[in-house]
Structures are given as C-alpha cells and as structure tokens.
Design a protein around this ligand. Structure first.
Ligand SMILES: NC(=O)c1ccc[n+]([C@@H]2O[C@H](COP(=O)([O-])OP(=O)(O)OC[C@H]3O[C@@H](n4cnc5c(N)ncnc54)[C@H](O)[C@@H]3O)[C@@H](O)[C@H]2O)c1
Ligand SMILES: [Zn+2]
Length: 364
C-alpha cells in the first residue's frame, strides 16, 4: 500500500508492506538520497530489527552509523537529543546526510526532533516498528521531546522524506504494545470510518493476540494510516479536521498526566478517554444509545489495565482545566455524532466534564 501525505514543507509517501526493511537501502537510493545514513534505534529494536536495515544500507554504500538510545519514554529528553547531536558531529554528519529512525514513537519523535534541529534541519526517514507508530506517530510530521513539566512540549513540524512501514516488525511486538496501537485504530475508526469499526468488531481479539497474517496487517495499517494521512494533508497544523484525532485524548491525556505515565499505556488511557467521550456524546443527544452501547461493547473487549492506586477525580479535572487554559480558554472536546462520524465541540459545560471524568474512572 502506498499513501501520499501533503505537507507545506514537502509531500512524502508512506509505504506499507511486509519485509520492506530488507530493501530500505534501495528505497533511499530511489529517493535520490546521497551521503551517509545514521540509524537511530532503541536497544530492544536494535537487537531484533537493525541487522537487515544496516545490511541493506551497506549494500547501497550508505556507510550506516548505528546510534542507540535506551527504550522508553524516558529517552525523549534534551540530554538524549544532546547525545545524538554529539555523535552526529563526531561522525562528521552534515545537512546533506540522512537520519533514519527505526523504532516506535519514542525513537521517531526524538530522532525527528534531532533531524529538525541539527544544522537547522536535515533529511530523515521514518521506519516505524510499533503498531502505534505505524498508524499514528509516523504520520503528520510532529516531532518532539518532553519537558519535566509536560510531555511533547518542545518540538517542531518536520516531516520525513519517506515513511517505510514494515508490518513484519509487528511479529515481535509485545502484546500490550499491540493493544496500545489497536486503541488508536479504534479511535480513528470511530471518528472517520464505520466500516473499519465493523471490521474491528469482527476480529479485535485475533489482532490483539497478533494471530493474523502480514497481509491482514498491511490492509489494516494501510487503512488506518491512510485515514490519518488524509486528515493531516488537509490540515497539517491541526486547526480543523485533524483535531478529530484527539477523540478520547482529553481525559486520556489527563489520566496519563496525573498517574505519571507509568501504570497506564497511552492506549489504555485512550480507551478510558473514549468511554468518557461516548458518555458525553450520548448525554448531549448526539450519539444514539444503541450506537453508544455498541462502542462500549467493543471497548469492553480491551484487556483491563493492571491495577494501580487510582488518581482523584479533582486532579484529573484540574489537568483538563489547565489544558483548556493553554488552548486559549477553549476545550476542543471531540464527540461522536455516530459511529464513524466525529465532531469537535468547543464549549463543553462543567457538568459534562464531571460526567466525562466519572465515565473513565467508573471503568477502572
Ligand atoms: N509524533 C506524533 O504525532 C505522535 C503521535 C502519537 C504518539 N507519539 C509519541 O509516540 C510515543 C509512543 O510510541 P510507542 O507506543 O511506539 O512507544 P515506544 O517507542 O516506546 O515503543 C514501545 C516499546 O516497544 C519496543 N518495540 C518497538 N518496536 C518493537 C518491535 N517491532 N518488536 C519488539 N519490541 C518493539 C520498544 O523498544 C519499546 O520498549 C510517545 O512518546 C508519544 O508521545 C507521537
Ligand atoms: Zn494517541
């Protein structure tokens, strides 16, 4: 599957298929890239997937330089970026060389941030290896590191020149990470594509277990990534339709923020956030009760997150209020008018924020 993303800083393609990593050298040659390639990856991904990439790059005489970071969100920091800048300088990299991000959203966000800033911007290619990165983080050109006061607060729009999405990498992905990505696919289906939602209803457990063929992943990832690619092409800077992809994320982010990102994966927080958004949509009279019930039934099929000390509802409301302030006093809450049809509601009254928080916490 080949998708096109339009961007004010240059259009790019997203190639989705099985076994693409072993041909990545010629893919880069085909893009007209020259010079050298630094391959940024985390240690876990390096052990599993860097061999075919380095081999393929060497075959095309890109003289690849492997650069490794520690796995996990803790690597999206200024000090990790600093280490990478330092290695690039030591290796004599310039702005005509290329950076390749091989890994999940953490590697993509960090390496993309380094690419955006090194020599005022160098070319980069993204090879996402988690389901979440394949359907979400690798599309749209947002790159960032975290600040101690909040996630993704320092970053840029710096799209890659190409996204190479090899679904074969999903074979080694831990199950919890697969569910993490499935949460974003459900989200995308809910706001944009009722047909995709019906397909998820048919095969959610098999997908979660990873018990499907590469061809099925290519279809599913291609479809979900294609929906995001379309929204991002229409609205790169997130002033309009791209906001729909924040469905489930208002309460989801607040939960992650008060729990310190440890006990819940992003996807688990988003599943809870989607419960909130469904409750709100139903209360507003926008989503019919039978449709709301259908959504809840699908969300019930996600594994329950491991138990942890529950945060207070006041704290969650506080974070939502803070979020609202940072956005100029408007909470851009995404609701559903139907399965497959999201809408942005700009003025959510306080009692509905309470309902939203209660709906998420009630499911824990
Ligand atoms: N830029 C964006 O638009 C955007 C969008 C959504 C999320 N994000 C960011 O993405 C990050 C989360 O990304 P993630 O969920 O991919 O997490 P991640 O990058 O931390 O990867 C999760 C874990 O899976 C491992 N892993 C990756 N690929 C593997 C594979 N094929 N086989 C086995 N293990 C593998 C990693 O080593 C890591 O331990 C967050 O920092 C988030 O802010 C960015
Ligand atoms: Zn998300």
């Amino acid at each position: 599957v080949r998708l096109e993303v339009r961007s004010r800083s240059g259009d790019y393609a997203v190639e989705v298929g099985a076994g693409l990593l072993s041909g990545i050298g010629s893919t880069l040659r085909g893009l007209g890239l020259e010079g050298r390639v630094a391959v940024v990856t985390d240690r876990q991904v390096a052990a599993l997937w860097s061999a075919p990439v380095l081999e393929s790059l060497s075959e095309e005489r890109f003289a690849p330089v492997p650069l490794q970071i520690a796995p996990g969100e803790g690597s999206k920091t200024l000090s990790a970026a600093d280490l990478l800048w330092g290695r690039l300088i030591e290796e004599g990299f310039g702005r005509t060389d290329t950076l390749l991000a091989l890994g999940g959203g953490v590697v993509g966000d960090l390496a993309g941030f380094v690419a955006a800033t090194f020599h005022r911007g160098m070319r980069w290619v993204q090879a996402p290896t988690t389901l979440l990165a394949q359907v979400d983080a690798s599309i749209g050109g947002k790159v960032a590191i975290d600040h101690r006061l909040g996630k993704n607060l320092v970053g840029a729009f710096h799209p890659p020149v190409q996204v190479v999405t090899d679904v074969s990498t999903l074979r080694t992905l831990p199950e919890r990470e697969r569910w993490n990505g499935l949460a974003e696919i459900v989200k995308t289906a809910l706001v944009l594509d009722a047909g995709l939602f019906a397909e998820l209803e048919r095969s959610l457990e098999a997908l979660g277990r990873g018990a499907v063929e590469d061809g099925r992943w290519t279809d599913l990832v291609g479809r979900a990534a294609g929906l995001k690619a379309k929204l991002v092409s229409e609205d790169e800077l997130e002033r309009g339709p791209r906001m729909l992809l924040n469905f489930g994320h208002t309460v989801g982010h607040a939960l992650e923020s008060v729990t310190g990102h440890e006990p819940l994966t992003h996807g688990e927080a988003v599943v809870l956030g989607m419960r909130s958004a469904v409750a709100v949509s139903e209360r507003l009279g926008r989503l019919r009760p039978d449709a709301a019930q259908r959504v809840r039934a699908l969300l019930d099929r996600f594994p329950q997150p491991p138990s942890f000390p529950h945060p207070s509802r006041d704290n969650i409301r506080e974070v939502i209020g803070h979020d609202k302030k940072a956005r100029g006093g408007q909470l851009r809450y995404v609701v559903l008018d139907d399965i497959g049809r999201g809408a942005v509601d700009l003025a959510l009254p306080p009692d509905l924020i309470n309902l939203a928080v209660d709906a998420a916490m009630g499911a824990l």
